[in-house]
Design a binder for this molecule. Structure first.
Ligand code: GTP
Ligand code: MG
Length: 217
């Protein structure tokens, strides 16, 4: 029999998640505590959609056809850890503004880019960054800049291919191999690439397992 007084480890995925905070600039970050796992990538690559697919809640993170939808660092945690006297959540998922969106006003793009870069290089509790790459486009120059920043800051990251439903199924293994080859010499890159489709729910268990391993669950 289990001791009712002992803490029960709730499964993270499969239970509801909630939005707790939108961070427009570094001074509004929550105090460092739970491990954070962040989703970075070019505008419109599918960061918010992937978070929704991971937790199985379509409307949790706001998504849009138009690039530049997510404008703050949005924090999501498993439900049941808010309120006075509550335990700290075991982890947070952080949805980030995209980079590389040239159509928005320059001042706004500069603000988002600074926030993304400052957060990525300066957050002690940031355990892993998933850098999302659109399967149709592959690694672009601005992705390489972000990977170099993460290498320099020694922040562990893993590449996740998105929207694999938009390319031929036979092309996916080639793209994975090609992407792996491109990051082979990058010191902070996890030497595996996860191929996903939020639309078709592909690769999600691989990503969930990767996250759980990262945070030591
Ligand atoms: P920003 O917040 O603007 O940086 O974008 P984002 O990276 O959060 O992208 P978002 O999740 O808002 O998705 C952008 C568009 O891509 C939306 O129209 C989504 O429906 C679409 N999309 C996301 N994931 C997939 C996918 O796996 N397959 C397909 N076909 N479309 C997808
Ligand atoms: Mg978004």
């Amino acid at each position: 029999m289990t001791d009712p007084a002992s803490p029960v480890e709730k499964p993270l995925f499969g239970n509801p998640w909630i939005f707790i905070r939108g961070v427009p600039s570094m001074q509004f970050l929550p105090p460092e505590g739970p491990f954070e796992v962040a989703f970075a990538g070019r505008s419109n690559v599918g960061k918010s959609s992937l978070i929704n697919a991971l937790v199985g809640q379509k409307g949790l993170a706001r998504t849009s056809n138009t690039p530049g939808r997510t404008q703050e660092l949005n924090y999501f945690v498993p439900d049941g850890y808010s309120g006075e006297g509550a335990d700290l959540p075991p982890m947070a998922l952080v949805d980030m503004p995209g980079y590389g969106y040239a159509q928005a006003p320059k001042a706004q793009v500069d603000t988002w880019t600074k926030l993304v870069f400052d957060y990525l290089r300066g957050r002690a509790t940031l355990k892993r960054v998933y850098v999302l790459i659109d399967s149709r486009h592959g690694l672009k120059t601005n992705d390489d800049e972000v990977l170099s920043l993460l290498d320099k800051a020694a922040v562990s990251y893993q590449i996740v291919l998105t929207k694999t439903d938009k390319i031929k199924a036979g092309a996916v293994p080639h793209l994975v191999a090609d992407t792996l080859e491109k990051i082979r010499k990058r010191p902070a890159a996890f030497p595996d690439v996860i191929a996903t489709s939020s639309e078709k729910n592909a690769g999600l268990d691989d990503l969930r397992n990767a996250i759980l391993t990262t945070i030591g669950r």
